[in-house]
Ligand binder design. Structure first.
Ligand SMILES: [Zn+2]
Length: 214
């Protein structure tokens, strides 16, 4: 094949891929993310406070189109969604960052990394245009947080993280994909502070809307 016919074949494959595709937010055919779903991913920052009092700025509410897109990124390997979602994260991350700030993603379990082949919070930080610092590691494995209440979550994650290096008073901002109660972010902040980092706040792509039982 000459280069023109190769290009034509590749173009045909891309066209076929797009025709077979459906919008990640609403299943509209023929596009990966339709204009109205793209518009829903425009950030509307909201503040959340963790049980230990850490301030969290979230770009989106974790419901509807945003929740579907995040689930597809996390569970279905649809990494192209990291770009629009990373852009939303940038809106809450940019105001907290100075050139000396360490941007520290919440660590991903080894099994989640093996399953996905990427670390969601790190990928979002990169797509937001920043360099993530993999300072935290998991030293124990918490059980799945789903279905646990606020106190159970805090007990479940306590002492599960460790910083790999001393902070020496450096300022760090924590990043996660979704905040529910904030127990995981509290544990991440505890581990960073124990190593000598200063943690003033955290940012997340989305926040789960508060339920009455919280
Ligand atoms: Zn759509």
């Amino acid at each position: 094949m000459n280069s023109t016919s190769v290009l034509r074949a590749v173009g045909g494959e891309i066209a076929a891929f797009l025709l077979a595709a459906s919008c990640a937010g609403c299943d509209a055919p023929g596009q990966l993310l339709c204009p109205s779903c793209r518009a829903v991913l425009v950030p509307e920052p909201r503040e959340h406070v963790t049980p230990a009092g850490l301030r969290v700025e979230a770009a989106l509410a974790y419901d509807g189109v945003a929740a579907r897109c995040i689930r597809r990124l996390k569970s279905d390997g649809e990494t192209y969604l990291a770009r629009p979602l990373g852009a939303a994260l940038a809106a809450v991350l940019a105001p907290t960052v100075s050139p000396s700030t360490w941007i520290v993603p919440v660590p991903t379990s080894r099994s989640a990394f093996r399953r996905r082949g990427y670390r969601v919070p790190e990928l979002l930080v990169r797509r937001a245009g920043y360099t993530p610092q993999r300072v935290l590691s998991l030293v124990a494995r918490p059980v799945d947080q789903r279905g646990l209440g606020i106190h159970e979550r805090a007990a479940n994650v306590h002492a599960t993280m460790r910083a790999r290096r001393p902070g020496g008073g450096a300022h760090a901002v924590l990043v996660d994909d979704v905040v529910t109660t904030g127990a995981t972010l509290d544990e991440a902040a505890r581990a960073l502070r124990a190593a000598g980092f200063r943690v003033a706040s955290a940012v997340t792509l989305a926040a789960t809307p508060r339920r009455a039982r919280f």
